[in-house]
Design a binder for this molecule. Structure first.
Ligand code: ACO
Length: 426
């Protein structure tokens, strides 16, 4: 199948690539050479496929999300986070023995060099934990130089289990530093999720009891966030990795990309918005009007999505989970009442209905994290913990496919040539 393009009186044939879910893409890799200079322009890459990938399939119109062919609904209901991580990274659900080995290999790599604590010490307590986590992840390179230039599958595996083991420790340390708590290395006898909870929340003078409701909610949340194909942070990971900068550097860049309020930072922004509305008297109608006013920069955080234009399947699952968690933990919270009010009004408002703006996964994840007692600034770090296997899978696939270095083109719209002018004449 071909597509043709006419330019300057000439016609060019371009091949059309078909994916396993019948998606089509015009392969323009020969366009610039064949046309002697013509490129495509696609701000924000809304129409551009950057790669062929076998990891995650999503259909924004139908609200479908699948990891390696498995529906997100089935995985969230039945699987453990580490099982899903294995699936995303290596392509198949693990056998019991494979999963145990993966977990054991991760545990064997879950210590972080004590000197990393000195770097952490240099941060002010007020530092945002995403900045701390991104910096510490990058710092890991210095302590694990053997994980940078990895070519063989075995070397990649070692780098993967290292980052899967050490990243949660760094995330927990970022939280404990903020809370003024001693740093903890966790407990290898626990499952991956329970260990994260203990590393984060164990008080130095108290035994930490795992609450199964909290553990199961976190397991589900991390699975829902584990991958989302070529989003801003995954694309960042792939493009940084395409220069062969190494897995840890790529993940560090992914954390920075996720930090922004238009991406992973939305879950923090949701709660901050709800709190601001509460402080301002709880008038949701006033904020609905602000969100619709084109002269007002305010947006309803947690609403809308770049690809889901009917509903976000993760939001459906998580809304149910939010109701369960709030019920089980017996939480009464005026901020959560405001959230429900906003959701109801937005779903009935023509502005939001016409633009297909629905609550996204982060609208509810913020609510659950708040109910679990996780500090607001840590919400995006929790998202990063979930997204880690997705980033790894994207990086590994990019390297195994031997993708070339990412290097987009541009249309230059600046000044044309002008001669240098001496400073005394300017
Ligand atoms: N509140 C009010 N209006 C909105 C919102 C919102 N949250 N989101 C989009 N719109 C409006 C836009 O103003 C625009 O209106 P117009 O057509 O009259 O100009 C229209 O809806 C389309 O918006 P775009 O920005 O073009 O949509 P895009 O797909 O580029 O952006 C995005 C998606 C960035 C998620 C946007 O909806 C947004 O900013 N939402 C709030 C932030 C958020 O929740 N981000 C989390 C995303 S999920 C994730 O990262 C896991």
């Amino acid at each position: 199948m071909n597509a043709s393009i006419e330019f300057n009186g000439n016609k060019y044939e371009l091949p059309v690539v078909k994916g396993s879910e019948n998606e089509h893409a015009i392969d323009i890799s020969t366009l610039r050479v064949a046309t002697k200079g013509l490129i495509t322009l696609d701000r924000g890459y809304k129409n551009t496929g950057s790669c062929e990938s076998g990891i995650t399939f999503l259909d924004g119109e139908k609200g479908i999300l699948r990891y390696r062919g498995y529906a997100i609904e089935e995985l969230a209901e039945n699987a453990g986070f580490l099982e899903v991580a294995y699936l995303l990274i290596f392509g198949e659900l693990p056998s019991k023995a494979e999963l145990e080995k993966f977990h054991q290999d991760i545990k064997n790599e879950s210590q972080v060099d004590e000197d990393v604590k000195k770097i952490l010490d240099g941060f002010p307590k007020s530092a945002h934990p995403m900045g701390v986590v991104s910096s510490l992840t990058s710092a890991l390179i210095a302590f694990n130089p053997g994980s940078v230039n990895v070519d063989s599958k075995e070397d990649m595996y070692q780098a993967i289990v290292k980052i899967m083991g050490k990243f949660p420790v760094l995330c927990a340390w970022a939280l404990r530093k903020k809370a003024g708590q001693p740093l903890d290395y966790g407990d290898d006898s626990l499952g991956y999720i329970d260990n994260i909870l203990k590393m984060m929340f164990k008080k130095p003078n108290q035994e930490y009891k795992i609450n199964p409701v909290v553990s199961s909610a976190l397991n589900k949340l991390l699975i829902l966030h584990a991958d989302h194909e070529q989003n801003c942070s995954a694309s960042t990971v792939r493009i940084v990795g395409s220069s062969h900068a190494g897995l840890f550097a790529s993940i560090s860049a992914g954390v920075s990309a996720l930090w922004g309020p238009l991406h992973g930072g939305a879950n923090q922004a949701v709660i901050e918005m709800l709190e601001a509305i509460k402080e301002d008297g709880g008038d949701t109608k006033k904020y609905m009007a602000k969100a619709k006013d084109k002269d007002d920069p305010f947006r309803l955080m947690g609403f809308g999505h770049r690809v889901y234009k009917n509903f976000d399947p993760r939001a459906k699952i998580i809304k149910k989970s939010a109701d369960e968690v709030l019920g089980d933990l017996g939480i009464q919270d005026p901020v959560l009442d405001i959230a429900k009010g906003l959701e109801k009004e937005a779903l009935e408002d023509n502005y939001f209905v016409d633009r297909k703006l629905y609550p996204n996964v982060d609208f509810y994840s913020g609510i659950i994290y708040r109910a679990l007692g996780i500090p607001t600034e840590m919400f995006t770090v929790m998202f990063a913990l979930g997204r880690l296997p997705g980033w790894i899978a994207q990086w590994r696939e990019m390297r195994l496919m031997k993708e070339p270095i990412g290097r987009p083109r541009q249309i230059y719209v600046g000044e044309t040539y002008r001669p240098y002018m001496e400073i005394s004449n300017r």
